[in-house]
Structure formats: structure tokens, C-alpha cells
Design a protein around this ligand. Structure first.
Ligand SMILES: [Zn+2]
Length: 281
């Protein structure tokens, strides 16, 4: 099924990416001990403990899956998604790993006793864990002559934090992967599409134009916390702003929310862009 889709796309001249999602609901039904625990002690149904990824069976399984996608399909790129830890993982395994790495005796805590999950020491330690597994994934994928891409979140409100609070320090990850796919989901953050210019310009400056995608998410959070589809005109403004900021590669997700209006907005933007490019020549 995957390969027939890849073949069809390649026949039409497209470069292709196969996406590997790190969330693992079925695996955790079978191996509940491997689940991540959040800062309040709740066990996740989908997220695997980061220490389990670094040292456990799931890390080996994920690496084997990435290698299989690279070896057995014709996809040009293997992309890793959902590999972040914003509220997870704070179980005993992770505490031990954190203590060993930092020399501290406990998680950093706020005055009320809750774990200070945005503390830099956690971000640095977790980012090293994530970079460790990404390094293995990169070796597996590159070994078959394919490219590795990785989805990364944005530090909303302070982009310079480099997604440290999600365990995704870009400075550690960028040298390991061929492409960072930046979750520029302004609709979820209730921000204006025009903020995309700043995001694109920042990534362009920090990492160069060729090794990242600016990903536009077709989600929009309403005032009551409900999630709907980003209107086509805001999507269009996001495209324009990303390009203005210097974005060379643009990713759009999820495909199921591309309505006729969104396709028309994309076509209009592409046409205008081509005209601009020709005018510039
Ligand atoms: Zn853990």
C-alpha cells in the first residue's frame, strides 16, 4: 500500500517522504510499563517513556522501523513525528536518569511542590535523551542512503528557547537530521498568520534556508478551546508571510483538511510566487 502510493507519486516526478509516528497506543497496551508518566502522575496511553526510548526495547523497535522504511521502500526521506516531551515523562526511570546526568537529588520543584517542568536542567537532559535516539535513527536511515527529517515544535512566546522545554533543543538536533519540520501552527496558538514571517526568518538565519520546512497546520483553536479548520484566507496569509520571511520549503498538514478553498488559495499563492520569481530574474 505504502510502496504503491510512493511509486505513483514518483512516476509523476514527486520527491517522497514516509512519516513514522512515535506515538504507540497498541505497543503500550501490550507493554504498559513502558508508558510515559506526566508531572501529575498520569500514565499516557500513547507516549512512551523517554528513557525507554533511549535504552529499552521500544527504542530498538523504532530504529528497526525507520531502517525498514529506508531499506524496503523507495521513499527519499523518512520523517519522525511526535517525538517531544512537554508534560512527560517523570517516572522513576527518568528520575534516575536525570539524577545521574545532572547530579541533582530530585526534580526541580516550584514553591508549591509541583515539578518545575520548564526548568532548563530538565530541558537540557531531555534534549540529550531525544538527540540520542535521533542519532540512532539517523544512522539507520542514512545507512540506506536516505534522508531523515524530524518534526519540531516552536517555543511560542520565546522562539529563542529552541523548543528546549519539549526536549527538542534544535542545536542538538539540527546536526543530526537533514531537515527540521517546524510546527508553525499559528492557528492553534491563536496568533496571526503574519507571525510566520518572523518564524521563517529566524530559522533561515539560524540554520540556513535549505535544511528545514516551515509547516503550516490547518488547525484553528476557537475561543472556547474547540479545534476547527484554519480558514483558507488565513492559510493563504500564512503562506505569503512564510515566504516573505525567507521560507524555501513549506509543509502543509493535515492533508484531510485541504478543502477546495485551501487548494485554490495554494494555487493562487504558487502562481503569484512564480510571477515574482520570474520578475526577479
Ligand atoms: Zn520516563
Amino acid at each position: 500500500m505504502l510502496q504503491s502510493t510512493l511509486s505513483e507519486l514518483e512516476r509523476r516526478g514527486y520527491a517522497t517522504t514516509a512519516i513514522l509516528d512515535v506515538f504507540a497506543r497498541r505497543y503500550l497496551q501490550q507493554y504498559p510499563d513502558a508508558a510515559a508518566v506526566d508531572d501529575r502522575g498520569n500514565t499516557s496511553e500513547a507516549i512512551v517513556c523517554s528513557t525507554e526510548l533511549v535504552r529499552g526495547d521500544y527504542g530498538r523497535l523504532l530504529t528497526a522501523a525507520a531502517a525498514a522504511l529506508a531499506a524496503n521502500t523507495s521513499a527519499d526521506t523518512v520523517a519522525i513525528t511526535e517525538l517531544f516531551y512537554d508534560r512527560h515523562c517523570y517516572d522513576d526511570r527518568c528520575l534516575l536518569s536525570y539524577k545521574n546526568k545532572t547530579g541533582r537529588s530530585d526534580w526541580p520543584r516550584k514553591q508549591n511542590g509541583n515539578i518545575d517542568i520548564r526548568h532548563d536542567s530538565i530541558g537540557h537532559w531531555r534534549s540529550q535523551q531525544v538527540a540520542g535516539i535521533v542519532e540512532r535513527l539517523a544512522r539507520a536511515v542514512h545507512g540506506h542512503g536516505k534522508r531523515l527529517a524530524m518534526d519540531v515544535k516552536l517555543s511560542r512566546g520565546d522562539i529563542h528557547r529552541n523548543s528546549l522545554e519539549n526536549g527538542q533543543d534544535y542545536q542538538l538536533l539540527a546536526p543530526l537530521v537533514d531537515e527540521l519540520v517546524v510546527w508553525n501552527y499559528f492557528g492553534i496558538g491563536r496568533e496571526l498568520p503574519e507571525t510566520s514571517s518572523y518564524v521563517a526568518a529566524w530559522f533561515d538565519d539560524e540554520f540556513g534556508p535549505d535544511n528545514h520546512y516551515i509547516s503550516l497546520g490547518l488547525w484553528k483553536t476557537g475561543w472556547f478551546g474547540d479545534t476547527g479548520v484554519l480558514p483558507a484566507d488565513e492559510f493563504y496569509r500564512g503562506l505569503v508571510a512564510s515566504r516573505l520571511g525567507g521560507a524555501k520549503n513549506i509543509w502543509i498538514t493535515p492533508a484531510k483538511d485541504m478543502s477546495d478553498d485551501h487548494w485554490q488559495a495554494l494555487a493562487r499563492w504558487a502562481k503569484e510566487n512564480n510571477r515574482l520569481a520570474q520578475g526577479a530574474r
